[in-house]
Design a protein around this ligand. Structure first.
Ligand SMILES: Nc1ncnc2c1ncn2[C@@H]1O[C@H](COP(=O)(O)OP(=O)(O)OP(=O)(O)O)[C@@H](O)[C@H]1O
Length: 291
């Protein structure tokens, strides 16, 4: 790992990136690394990043930002030998948490220096959109949409979104065409998880890994408050019936009525059909020593 490109999102997480740049420079100098930095612009970044990588030819690209910045870098370096590291600097860093990358700058740089990698899977939605972490239709996607559209930011904005979603709570019906079975489900939400937990900490499956060649389809059938509370404290009993987890390489979800839909925190148009397939082992991802 002699040449590293840091892709820095200057606005992510409302965190000043000067500290990051200072730490990156002194870390690179102490290890004798060749470091390049590039700031995202918010416009056409995928195309711009491809060119920056083609010119710089780094062995490692490090995303400095939130899940959106990680996703941008993942899309560009997938199916190449370039490794992807994460230096968490966003308001949501679900993928970093999942693969045991610490939230502090020095801890995350130490993980990058160790160069432990896994070949991570990615998910392909409707044949065109990529996902890396957790996406869903229904309740949570409705919350993400309300939050994006709401004028209030921060906790109050989130809380008012939760209140409005809970007041309008309805289950919906879905047919799931999985690898080995077709099932009918009714519930509040269907999540497609390449990881065990959301960035908020809620756990969705006990066994999911980013490099296992499958993903989990989590169906929340009922709002069990004790069950959901447990999920925020790392407790999930897969024998409970308020939810179901299916493992698969591909699923088509046919919905009776269109539902809110989000991919890795980004709202997508509502629709009555969502297809998801795993793209196995396409991303060389740097993970923490304990992952
Ligand atoms: N220079 C820039 N100016 C404005 N927006 C930018 C810039 N660079 C990247 N962005 C936007 O930042 C978003 C990604 O942010 P990211 O997920 O990394 O951090 P975040 O703080 O977790 O973000 P959020 O909470 O908004 O999801 C993308 O929508 C991208 O277009």
């Amino acid at each position: 790992m002699s040449k590293i490109l840091f892709v820095i999102n200057p606005i992510s997480g409302d965190r000043d990136k000067e500290d990051y740049i200072h730490e990156i420079d002194s870390w690179g100098e102490s290890l004798g690394l060749s470091i390049e930095k590039w700031e995202t612009t918010g416009e056409d970044d995928e195309k711009k990043l491809k060119k920056v990588i083609a010119d710089a030819q780094p062995e490692t690209v490090v995303a400095v930002g939130g899940d959106g910045t990680v996703m941008l870098c993942a899309e560009v370096v997938k199916d190449t030998d370039v490794a992807l590291g994460i230096l968490p600097g966003g308001s949501a860093n679900g993928m970093a948490t999942e693969v045991e990358v610490p939230d502090d700058i020095r801890g995350a740089l130490a993980v990058i220096a160790q160069e432990k990698t896994v070949m991570a899977d990615m998910l392909l939605f409707n044949g065109k959109d990529y996902g890396l972490h957790i996406s869903d239709v229904g309740l949570n996607a409705g919350l993400v949409k309300d939050f994006e559209e709401g004028e209030r930011r921060g906790f109050l904005g989130y809380a008012s979104g939760v209140a409005s979603q809970l007041l309008n709570l309805k289950t919906f019906r879905a047919e799931l065409v999985l690898d080995d079975q077709i099932v009918e489900e009714q519930g509040h939400m269907i999540a497609f998880a390449n990881a065990r937990r959301y960035g908020t900490g809620a756990i969705l499956s006990n066994q999911g890994r980013v490099d296992d060649g499958v993903f989990e389809v989590y169906v929340l059938r009922e709002l069990s408050l004790p069950g959901l509370a447990g999920q925020f404290f790392d407790h999930l009993d897969e024998a409970d019936s308020y939810f179901e987890v299916y493992r698969t390489k591909k699923v088509t979800v046919n919905l009776k009525d269109p539902q809110p839909f989000q991919i890795d925190g980004e709202t997508k148009p509502e629709s009555t059909k969502v297809t998801v397939e795993v793209l196995p082992k396409c991303l060389k991802l740097i993970v923490g020593a304990d992952y």
